[in-house]
Design a protein around this ligand. Structure first.
Ligand code: VGL
Ligand code: ZN
Length: 212
């Protein structure tokens, strides 16, 4: 991908930079808050900005607490496929679900909330984990004439990767800004996600100075 920015057709999509994914949070990503100043520096270069917010009801099926006897981070079979069981996190309206207070993105135009259906998890900003239930983001981006999606946030190997792969599948050009993202990285999940993104044609940007 040519990395010269086009303000009219590029959009920055900031994934799940919420307190629960930052140190001290319920599902803390190592160094998760380190991306906040990086995103704040990056954001003014984009005219179009969208945020996502993981937004679960109590008792969500992706929570280990909803599966008695199943440990946190184990896998279960759900009607739509394998599901990792997480600690309770990003409860609707909770402090943990709020965006990191240092994030300077008041000018973002859209917040997509995801994971609000009790029986299905949603990593991607575009589709829930059944790969069919839409969040509406494709329609929004198309109607606004946005063509290239630059993604960053938490976590690189789950919500950022799923979103980037779906963006590419939906006909957008997707690039992941790695220095502005951090991974959970359990059992090789980061290496796998990077390989899958490459296979799907996602551009992996390792140096933000390449954007101009
Ligand atoms: C995420 C696990 C569960 C993420 C959200 O934002 O990557 N991961 N819910
Ligand atoms: Zn979640």
């Amino acid at each position: 991908m040519n990395l010269s920015l086009n303000p009219s057709t590029d959009v920055l999509v900031v994934i799940d930079v919420q307190n629960d994914f930052c140190p001290q949070g319920a599902l803390a990503v190592a160094d998760g808050d380190a991306i906040v100043p990086i995103i704040n520096t990056l954001a003014p270069r984009f005219a179009n900005k969208v945020l996502t917010q993981d937004w679960h009801p109590p008792g969500h099926r992706s929570f280990a607490s909803s599966h008695p006897g199943q440990p946190v981070f184990s896998q279960v079979h759900m009607p739509y496929g394998q599901q990792t069981l997480w600690p309770d996190h990003c409860l609707q309206g909770s402090a943990g679900a709020q965006f990191h207070p240092g994030l300077r993105l008041d000018d973002a135009q859209l917040v997509i909330r995801k994971g609000f259906r009790p029986h299905i998890d949603s990593y991607s900003a575009f589709f829930e984990n059944d790969r069919q239930t839409s969040t509406g983001l494709t329609g929004y981006l198309r109607e606004r004439g946005l063509k290239r999606v630059f993604l960053c946030g938490l976590a690189t190997d789950f919500c950022v990767a799923y979103s980037a792969i779906d963006a590419q599948r939906q006909g957008f050009e997707a690039a992941v800004l790695l220095p502005a993202s951090r991974a959970i990285d359990m059992q090789g999940s980061l290496a796998l996600a990077l390989a899958q993104m490459r296979d799907q044609g996602v551009t992996l940007v390792g140096d933000l100075a390449l954007l101009h």
